[in-house]
Design a protein. Structure first.
Length: 173
């Protein structure tokens, strides 16, 4: 057992101090930017996923960056308070929405309605949206649908309006 530990320590020491292996002072180590994968992109008509991958390998920038992210209620509140250009979208039914809403809600669509995707289709895909429902499940699903439809920037409030209210954040009645 002692011999194994000694061998392991020696291997680790060689890896740490070897030139060209990312040790201290190694200028050939890739920067953080170089190691990040390219951002997700939405399909461009006539361009295959393999074609996009080939372009990235050749150093070309992706066609359009897509940003979808779940955020906690406090982070969502802060983003809305900063005055960012965000459309707050309530995905609950009319009955659920009657119990209260997050201040600043601009649009309400029932994500369970049969014409939900048609309603989404009428929205500007270049705007930034923040979605919420009652508990977060429908908004997470809607974020995926919006991604597939080509919406570029979509946030989803984790836990929905229930988590928002539990954090003591304002709710309009």
């Amino acid at each position: 057992m002692g011999r194994r530990c000694t061998v392991l320590v020696l291997i680790m020491a060689v890896l740490v101090v070897s030139p060209g292996c990312g040790g201290a002072g190694d200028s050939s180590a890739p920067s953080l930017e170089e190691t990040r994968p390219p951002p997700a992109t939405v399909p461009v008509p006539g361009e295959s996923p393999a074609g996009r991958a080939d372009k990235w390998a050749q150093g070309a920038a992706p066609t359009r960056a897509v940003f979808h992210m779940a955020v906690g209620p406090r982070q969502a509140y802060q983003m809305l308070q900063e005055g960012r250009d965000i459309v707050l979208l309530d995905l609950r039914s009319a009955e659920e929405a009657a119990s209260g809403r997050i201040p600043g809600t601009e649009v309400r669509m029932d994500s369970l309605a049969p014409d939900f995707t048609e309603e989404l289709d009428g929205l500007d895909r270049n705007r930034t949206y923040m979605l919420y429902c009652r508990a977060g499940e429908r908004s997470a699903a809607a974020m995926t649908v919006m991604e597939e439809m080509g919406f570029e920037r979509v946030y989803e409030i984790e836990g929905g309006i229930e988590a928002w209210a539990q954090e003591g954040l304002p709710v309009e009645r």
